[in-house]
Design a protein around this ligand. Structure first.
Ligand code: ASP
Ligand code: MG
Length: 414
């Protein structure tokens, strides 16, 4: 292929494709880019809420049973087939040559885990051949094929993953993710009005933010990091948005000074805490508490265990508020765990700072805690990783907490 030309993968999410007009608008943007001499693979999600609507239909029609995972995947993969073929038609309508491909036609093979399949391999031959013929290639996101020839889907929101995987397989120069916001922000602008779009961020920080709930699919960031796919997160609707570039600064030779020590404040509302008082301090106790929760598909977040006295200790952990009831039920009938009292508390929230700059420098935690103290915010629990410090605070103090930390680390000044 003529590698003097730029090769770009552009992914558009459901809200960017929700109506006929929006779909046409996206086709126009793709064609404009094409006219600048760029080779393009477009990766699409299903239009609007199509996936949810199809899942609703399946649930209503399956009676008392839950719908078969195989049939469900066959069904919901059609949402992306519709938007891909319509996109192909719209691009051709604008006078450019285009071809749409299903996940299978794009060479995407997965394991057999219906509903959240993992990509096993991609054979890029067909995509490359179509590009070579001068076509814009439109790939249906979110889907693949097992070795047994069954259609699978990759998990909710996983069209991003398709885009990154295709980018890696054809060695694209850039994977652009178009969404309804201008990029990744230094904080949630609804809580911190002077939050800014981050211009550059490393994979590691982005991954940490994604797992804290920033609106990105963590698996796609992971894959981008492993295969070193540079990404740009930007807006479908605001053409002036510069977006957020995700890459390895080291690889790009970017001026290190533009990388800040703290990149962002990430928040999560709706956290609840469970405390078990007076549990036995012996090997296996934590496993006994957590195993039934894991079996129920409930993920536990911040876990804190106290120093014991008289062989007894306390353990607290947080879960999403919507799980609190079930966690309390499951734990109270858990015969492997004795305790004197089970306490629950909802109405909590989580606020974190993320940044690779904190790895080797002490003092970030102290600054964060001081900022919270000055804002009158009480810290309920604390946990850290190499590049993150997280505090659990009261929900109605979340905005005050986020603002105080955002300004302490001067994130509003780009
Ligand atoms: N349409 C799928 C979903 O809604 C995949 C995606 O949007 O990325 O989860
Ligand atoms: Mg969707």
């Amino acid at each position: 292929m003529n590698r003097n030309r730029q090769l770009v993968v552009q992914k558009f999410g459901g809200s960017s494709l929700a109506t006929e007009d929006l779909l046409r608008n996206v086709a126009e943007r793709v064609c404009e880019r094409r006219e600048q001499g760029v080779d393009i693979v477009v990766c699409v999600s299903a239009m609007g809420d199509t996936t949810d609507e199809l899942l609703g239909l399946a649930n209503r029609l399956s009676g008392d049973r839950s719908p078969s995972p195989r049939e469900t995947d066959a069904l919901i993969s059609t949402g992306e087939l519709v938007s891909a073929s319509l996109m192909g038609i719209a691009i051709r309508g604008l006078g450019h040559d285009a071809i749409s491909l299903s996940g299978r036609q794009a060479g995407i093979r997965t394991d057999e885990t219906f509903g959240s399949a993992r990509i096993a391999s991609i054979d890029p031959a067909r995509v490359l051949r179509e590009l070579e013929r001068g076509r814009i290639v439109v790939v249906a996101g979110f889907q693949g094929l097992t070795l047994a020839d069954d259609t699978t889907t990759l998990g909710r929101g996983a069209s991003d993953l398709t885009a990154v995987a295709i980018s890696a397989s054809i060695n694209a120069d850039l994977c652009e993710i178009y969404t309804d916001v201008d990029g990744i922000f230094t904080a949630d602008p609804r809580l911190v009005p002077n939050a800014e779009v981050i211009s550059h961020i490393g994979y590691e920080e982005m991954l940490e933010m994604a797992s804290l709930g920033a609106k990105m699919n963590p698996r796609s960031i992971e894959m981008a990091a492993v295969h070193k796919v540079p990404m740009l997160i930007t807006s479908t609707f605001n053409r002036d948005a510069k977006g957020t570039k995700i890459n390895n600064f080291q690889d790009q030779g970017t001026d290190m000074e533009i990388q800040r020590s703290i990149t962002s404040v990430v928040t999560e509302r709706s956290v609840a805490r469970v405390t078990l008082h007076g549990i036995e301090d012996r090997p296996g106790i934590a496993a006994s508490i957590m195993t039934p929760l894991a079996d129920a598909g409930i993920s536990v977040d911040v876990i804190v265990q106290n120093v014991s006295s008289n062989g007894l200790t306390d353990m607290s952990f947080t879960v999403g508020q919507e799980y609190l009831q079930r966690v309390a039920e499951i734990t109270s009938v858990n015969e492997d765990v004795g305790y004197t009292e089970l306490g629950t508390r909802d109405g909590l929230a989580k606020v974190s700072i993320v940044g690779t700059g904190m790895t080797n420098s002490p003092g970030y935690a102290a600054r964060m805690f001081r900022a919270l103290a000055n804002a009158g915010v009480n810290i309920e629990m604390i946990t850290t990783s190499e590049i993150r410090i997280t505090c659990i605070v009261e929900q109605d103090q979340l905005a005050a907490a986020a603002k105080a930390i955002h300004s302490e680390f001067e994130l509003e000044t780009v």
